[in-house]
Design a protein around this ligand. Structure first.
Ligand SMILES: Cc1cc2nc3c(=O)[nH]c(=O)nc-3n(C[C@H](O)[C@H](O)[C@H](O)COP(=O)(O)OP(=O)(O)OC[C@H]3O[C@@H](n4cnc5c(N)ncnc54)[C@H](O)[C@@H]3O)c2cc1C
Length: 382
């Protein structure tokens, strides 16, 4: 049986996130985009209103959201502003290793602290020579007594300078390479951690990134997340849970751009009639609406697959991220085009949506990497 309707609880989640987005994100998105500053006011409000950390269990201050619940939530955040939405979702990315792989003592301590501080964490995987190719990681964590000493260099790390702690992936035995990749929870104020100046970038400007240098950073052995050598598996299992979130943010962003362009083209008159009455614009809107519906379907299907039957998970979550972020770029670009000069100004925000869409094709694995994952999976299928 195929069932497309949402349950009452899912409708409530959607309504709750839409309401939050309308009251907190939409009114603040231009300000934070222009300032390129972390939106603390919105994140604190998100904690106060039960918006943060949805996929974590209630025991750890979350809401035990399924992946489908999370996709509904992220679409609404993305419809408000992907830049602000990713501040919330990147925190989930950083907390996921702690949630899925850490022991109870570490979970209780750090979920307790992050919720009490109403803070955020940062996920530290990428390095100068390890972007798409995670096997290139060089950061090391060498055991010394009951501590690990971390040395290395991470870059493009979202939430870094505003974080309470870092989830760091490092090699415990550089000679063994990625077979020794291990995850550690590192408090951000640990001596030896240097945050480089904030990255200047094209879009999603409310979300901040830094390079991080680790010089003889001491971490107690008890801060290891999961077992030694399981870092690669933990990193990949984390992405399995978060790629549908990026897909859903993209769907929300595309939806907002489409709705803006649709309303505008019904009202804007040229040659004595609304521009929407021209087939060129009407068909553009038709294509935009079709792409958004299909992107939402693959996103929901991938999220549902994670919640019910993990066998096709890898392929579907990669497909959802690939397809939804590609159509996010197309739809937002068309929205700017459909609106002419007005589309290019700050007033209607579609130029911002277009800038924001681009990054969804790059982070959490570029879309070329998603195609690698998909092709590997389909070629294995009988
Ligand atoms: C704003 C921003 C926020 C980010 N946040 C985080 C974060 O919080 N934590 C974190 O760890 N990382 C983060 N990243 C890093 C991000 O995940 C990487 O940028 C991404 O994985 C790509 O790596 P790269 O930039 O080194 O590109 P490269 O790997 O150098 O790739 C360059 C190009 O080559 C293509 N390519 C590479 N290998 C192949 C291949 N085998 N086949 C075909 N094409 C290939 C890529 O698709 C891309 O088009 C962030 C990046 C940005 C820009």
């Amino acid at each position: 049986m195929i069932e497309f309707s949402l349950t009452k609880e899912q409708e409530e989640i959607k309504a709750k996130y839409r309401d939050f987005s309308d009251r907190w994100i939409v009114p603040n998105r231009l300000k934070y985009d222009q300032l390129a500053e972390f939106p603390w006011s919105v994140v604190k409000a998100a904690y106060d209103e039960g918006i943060m950390n949805g996929p974590m269990s209630t025991e750890f201050g979350g809401h035990s959201h399924s992946l489908l619940d999370g996709a509904l939530a992220s679409e609404e955040l993305g419809a408000g502003c992907v830049g602000i939405g990713i501040c919330i979702d990147a925190n989930t990315l950083a907390l996921t290793p702690l949630y899925i792989a850490a022991n109870e003592t570490l979970q209780k301590k750090w979920f307790g602290r992050i919720n009490e501080e109403k803070g955020v964490a940062a996920y530290c995987l990428t390095e100068p020579n390890a972007g798409s190719d995670v096997q290139g990681i060089k950061t090391s964590a060498i055991k010394k007594g009951d501590k690990y000493i971390i040395n290395g260099h991470k870059r493009f790390i979202t939430n870094a300078e505003v974080s309470s702690f870092l989830t760091v992936f490092a090699l415990t035995d550089p000679e063994k390479g990625s077979r020794s990749l291990t995850a550690f929870l590192v408090p951000s104020d640990t001596p030896g951690i240097e945050f480089k100046p904030r990255l200047n970038k094209m879009g999603q400007k409310a979300s901040v990134q830094n390079e991080i240098i680790f010089t003889d950073v001491e971490v107690p052995a008890e801060n290891m997340i999961g077992d030694e050598g399981y870092g690669f598996i933990i990193a990949m299992k984390t992405f399995d849970r978060t790629r549908t979130g990026v897909a859903a943010l993209s769907v929300g962003n595309a939806r907002a751009a489409f709705e803006t362009a649709k309303e505008w083209s019904k009202n804007r008159k040229q040659f004595g009639k609304p521009i929407a009455a021209n087939q060129a614009i009407g068909f553009m809107l038709a294509d935009m609406a079709t792409k958004i519906e299909t992107a939402r379907l693959i996103t929901w299907y991938a999220a549902w697959a994670y919640d019910h039957d993990k066998s096709k998970l890898n392929k579907l979550s990669a497909m959802s991220k690939l397809y939804a972020s590609d159509i996010g770029m197309e739809v937002t670009t068309d929205a700017v085009q459909a609106m002419g000069g007005d589309g290019y100004t700050w007033e209607f925000m579609v130029e911002k949506m277009m800038r924001d869409a681009k990054l969804c094709q790059i982070y959490e694995g570029t879309n070329q990497v998603q195609r690698l994952v998909i092709s590997k999976a389909i070629l294995k299928e009988q």
